[in-house]
Each structure stands twice: as C-alpha cells, then as structure tokens.
Write a protein that binds this ligand. Structure first.
Ligand code: FES
Ligand code: FE2
Length: 348
C-alpha cells in the first residue's frame, strides 16, 4: 500500500516501540500494533509482557477482560491464558484443546520505551534495538522524559516521511520550532546498516520563535538533524550556539535531544510516542507545555493527508524535490526490508 508496493505494509521482523515503559502497569493496556490487537501489562514480579488481544474462542477483546494473577481471563466465556500465551483453563470442560493458545510477543524495556517484536519470535535479537548511547540518551547533564503517547489516524509512513524531511519545520511549525533556513539549508546524509542520518548545519541563522530571547537575541549557529533507526525510531538533535564573531562564539545556547517512535497500529493509523531531554528539569517541563501544539501540527498534517489519499481512487504520483532525498531513501530501505521478509517466507 502507498507509499510502498501493493501488498507491502510494514516489516514484521523488527523492533517497534509498543508503549512508554511507564504506561505499562497492573491494568491491561490494549493497543493495535501492525494490525494486530495486543495487550500489555506488568506481571506481579514487575516484568512487562505483551500478548495477543483476541480470544481464539469468539474473538472477544482480551484487553477488555480480567486479570487473574498473571493470567488473563476472557471476559466473554472465561477461558484463561497465562502470560506465555498458554491456555490454563476452559470453564466448560476439563480438557484444554491443544490449539487453545494466544501469541506472546518478545518485549524488552530499554530507556523510556518498551520494544515489541511483532514477527517471528525466534528471530528477535535484542542487539537490533537502538542502544541508549546511539540515540543520545546517556548524555551527562541531560534529563530525559516521556512526553506524549498519541494515536494518529494516518498510516505510519506518513509520519516517518514527516520526520525524514525537516524542511517542514519552517512552514508547518513556522510559529515555534522552525525558520525558513530549515528548508533552505541542504542536508548532509549518512547511512549505515542500522540508521539513516541527516544533518543541517546553519550559520548565522535566526533562532526559531520557540527559543527564549532574553539571553541572546541575535543570529546563531544551529544544527538540526535526525537519525532514523529502521523501521520506526527517530533520534533528533537540536543545538544552537553563539555564532562566529560573538565574544562567546561556539558556546551552547540551547540544546535538546528528541525521540520520536512511530509504530503502525492499523492499516491507516499509527501509534506515536514523543520524548526528549534538555539540560534542566525546568526546561523539560517548559518544553512539555510548549511542544504539545507543535506535535498536534504534525498529527493534523498526517491525518489530513490520510483523508485525501485514502479517498482518491487513483493517487497521482508525488512530484519529488531534492529535499525529498532522505525520505525517499528511508522508504526504499523499508521496502527492501519488506521484500526480504517476503522472499524469506516464500523460500521457507
Ligand atoms: S470469546 Fe473468549 S472465552 Fe469465549
Ligand atoms: Fe513536525
């Protein structure tokens, strides 16, 4: 499906963020992930688990069911499954048919996030999860925090495209985090087998409207960039310094790290998790308040585009520009991952 080839939806043998770790607790949390209903919860020993959210008996939602110890008892006819997915009780008979089990997903907590592997569990390799060092999580003096967990009514690749093309900052977010230089400055790209990285280095550029001008109200040198860890995690950097010629040239004025996780929900919707770090708790709290409308702009753009593309019978080709290079490369990488999985399945 758009923007991928017909039949291609999302890579399955990959890690995706299922939730912020702090969202997972004693209560059953229902979430669609790669077009499957999933239930997340924390066992009595504190371990977070993820199991299928559909009862195999009559398809009742297990997320709307009841916890009995570490097991889930279906709210319809009481069939019970433990956290490994095994059926432990069928109220209407003493034997448990062998087919009665639900899927249990590999789930790993790292940093602020709980990562799920929707595909073949035997292939779940934790070393494929971006490390905290790789994403700039462990920088001394920076305070990380989970901000928003959102549901977006648009297919996940629209948000990946959004994050792979920061030329939108100066327009969609013109009143907050962007300036026209975000679009006018060419990107420097770098690719390895884990991530696609892009940076814009702007010299003598205005600060985005978002930043406090009480300390410095002139031009700055600014870096804006994003590292896309396939298939759905974006680690961003934003940094402003006093410009050359200033008495404090090179000294950092503003710095932040941002983390966007995009996980397919249903075919045309996704889960979107935003977190960031800043050098003080006051800055983190201020950012949480000020960035909410900014993220709403991205949600708005994604949902309105989804409405248009899902309504048109025939989607005319997109007219690409130079600035689409990173997004096009990101799409190609995901398409190749899906093609590889398909070839493996067909060859199996
Ligand atoms: S639907 Fe779950 S027990 Fe019948
Ligand atoms: Fe944006």
């Amino acid at each position: 499906m758009y923007p991928f080839t017909p039949g291609s939806y999302a890579p399955r043998n990959s890690w995706y963020v299922a939730a912020f770790a702090r969202e997972i607790g004693e209560d059953l949390l229902s979430r669609w992930i790669l077009n499957e209903p999933v239930v997340l919860y924390r066992k009595e020993d504190g371990t977070a688990v993820a199991v299928e959210g559909r009862c195999p008996h009559r398809h009742y939602p297990l997320g709307a069911s009841k916890r009995v110890g570490d097991a889930i008892q279906c709210g319809y006819h009481g069939i019970t499954f433990d956290s490994s997915g095994a059926c432990t009780m069928v109220p209407s008979q003493s034997t448990i048919p062998g087919v009665y089990r639900i899927k249990s997903y590999p789930l790993v907590e790292r940093g602020l996030w709980a990562w799920i592997w929707p595909g073949d569990a035997d292939k779940a390799d934790e070393s494929l999860i971006p490390t905290l060092d790789e994403i700039g999580f462990n920088i001394p003096g920076m305070i990380p925090d989970a901000f928003y967990s959102m549901h977006v009514d648009g297919r996940y690749q629209l948000l990946n495209d959004n994050l792979l093309d920061l030329s939108h900052l100066g327009y969609l977010h013109a009143t907050s985090i962007g300036t026209p230089d975000d679009a006018a400055t060419p990107e420097v790209r770098d690719l390895n087998d884990r991530r696609l990285s892009s940076r814009r280095i702007m010299r003598d550029t205005p600060m985005p409207p978002y930043h406090d001008r009480s300390v410095h109200d002139g031009l700055v040198d600014r870096i804006s960039g994003m590292d896309f860890f396939f298939p759905g995690f974006h680690a961003g950097i934003g940094e402003s310094r006093y410009p050359q010629g200033h008495e404090k040239a090179g000294e950092v004025l503003h710095t932040s790290r941002v983390w966007h996780a995009v996980t397919p929900a249903k075919k045309t919707s996704c889960n979107y998790f935003f977190a960031m770090s800043a050098p003080s708790q006051a800055r983190v709290d201020d950012a949480r308040r000020r960035l909410e409308p900014v993220l709403d702009e991205d949600k708005f753009a994604t949902e309105e585009i989804e409405k248009i593309i899902s309504t048109l019978d025939v989607l005319p080709p997109e007219l690409m520009l130079k600035s689409d290079g990173t997004a096009v490369q990101g799409r190609r990488i995901l398409q190749a991952m899906m093609d590889r999985e398909k070839a493996e399945l067909e060859g199996a």
